[in-house]
Design a protein around this ligand. Structure first.
Ligand SMILES: [Zn+2]
Length: 149
């Protein structure tokens, strides 16, 4: 094994996850290698600091903090329709929509009547033009002798 492998073993040892056979190998290597001994002492110091810090803050603190956080509201399409608005506002909106639709319906009826009137006038004019055209006397063409030639 290389030194880097032993350094990984050091972390496993500090977490109490190293097997007994590997412990023997690790400690025999630590007896020979000064770099890994230094690494071991640094890692042990770091590990003890982390453990102490964990003890400073009880685990219940996390739960308490998370319970105090406001619940995240997720916007869904259904929540759009369940938005609570005051009743008078809802009735006013409905009244406005009804008034607008009645006004639009009235306008549409007005335009339809105008269109029908214009169409009727157009048909009448067309008949009048046809009558006038048929009333004109037929055109007669008379040849003219040109005697000057
Ligand atoms: Zn080493």
């Amino acid at each position: 094994m290389k030194c880097s492998d032993y350094q990984l073993c050091i972390y496993e040892f500090l977490e109490n996850e190293l097997k007994k056979e590997d412990r023997k190998l690790l400690f025999s290597h630590l007896g020979e290698c000064e770099a890994c001994r230094d690494y071991f002492s640094a890692a042990a110091l770091l590990n003890s600091t982390i453990v102490e810090d964990k003890n400073l803050f009880p685990e219940s603190l996390d739960e308490e903090i998370f319970s105090k956080l406001p619940k995240e509201k997720s916007f869904t399409f259904a929540s759009f329709f369940t938005v609570k608005i005051p009743a008078y506002l809802a009735y006013t909106l409905v009244a406005i929509v009804i008034l607008l639709s009645l006004t639009l319906l009235n306008e549409v009826n007005k335009y339809r009547n105008e269109l029908l009137q214009t169409s009727a006038q157009l048909k009448e004019q067309s008949k009048t033009i046809e009558l006038l055209y048929n009333c004109l006397p037929p055109v007669e063409v008379h040849p003219v002798k040109n005697t000057n030639l």
